[in-house]
Design a protein. Structure first.
Length: 238
């Protein structure tokens, strides 16, 4: 993410804050690095990688270079997650401070550990649990639907930055294993040229789009631990 354009890294805040390190850093960089290594030279162009797990983010890649990402200054922003809220109106936090007399520690606990899938469902932060209850529990269904809605919305924003989309990659625990989530997300993205093959999606194939889909949709396992090991080896021995 450190090679993202300055336009993507800056917040619309006073300029002096930039020099104090207030900028978009992004996270899951090791996961994105691994996936780009797997894609190699064979997949180029406009790529969005969706790392979906208890923590979730997405990155826009153009010809191998990072263009933008959903997480910001901290891992709390961006997509709705297991227990994290994702993007919020900053004024809401000010409201909670002023009207509900919540302290900093309580607000931090709220947005990082009591929100997201857990907060909306009131049941669990675990997607597998919520999917199993979806048909019989409206709150579980709403949490799952909100999760997919926010993913679609951010894919749309990143695709606009990329001026289109050639490849969408799902990775992370939910991205790799939850076929219903991939189906729900892709169902609302036909305007981006995404045509999902249901039978390939259900069996978690590497490519889950149809042969004539203008946008290729892939499911790839990530390996952040391997990237840590590689970077550690280079640091010590080179």
């Amino acid at each position: 993410h450190r090679r993202m354009p300055e336009m993507a890294q800056r917040f619309p805040l006073p300029r002096d804050l930039w020099h104090h390190g207030v900028r978009k850093y992004g996270f899951h960089g090791l996961s994105y690095e691994y996936i780009l290594g797997v894609l190699g030279e064979t997949v180029k162009g406009r790529i969005i990688i969706a790392h979906l797990g208890n923590g979730a983010s997405m990155a826009a890649i153009l010809d191998g270079r990072p263009i933008d990402t959903t997480m910001g200054f901290t891992p709390t922003g961006g997509l709705m997650m297991g227990t994290r809220c994702g993007d919020l109106d900053p004024g809401l936090l000010l409201y909670l401070f002023r009207e509900n007399t919540r302290g900093v520690a309580e607000i931090e606990e709220l947005v990082n550990h009591q929100s997201g899938l857990l907060g909306v469902s009131g049941i669990s932060s675990d997607m597998e649990t919520l999917l199993a209850m979806k048909s019989s529990n409206p709150r579980a269904a709403q949490a799952v639907e909100m999760f997919c809605y926010h993913i679609r919305k951010h894919i749309g924003a990143l695709a606009a930055v990329l001026q289109g989309l050639d490849t969408l990659v799902f990775t992370g625990g939910i991205g790799e294993k939850a076929a219903p989530i991939r189906h729900s997300v892709c169902q609302g993205l036909a305007h981006l040229g995404i045509r999902l093959a249901p039978e390939l999606n259900e069996c978690h194939a590497n490519t889950i789009s149809t042969a004539d889909s203008p946008c290729r949709v892939m499911v790839l396992p990530t390996d952040e631990e391997l990237m840590i090991a590689r970077h550690t080896y280079r640091t010590i021995f080179t």
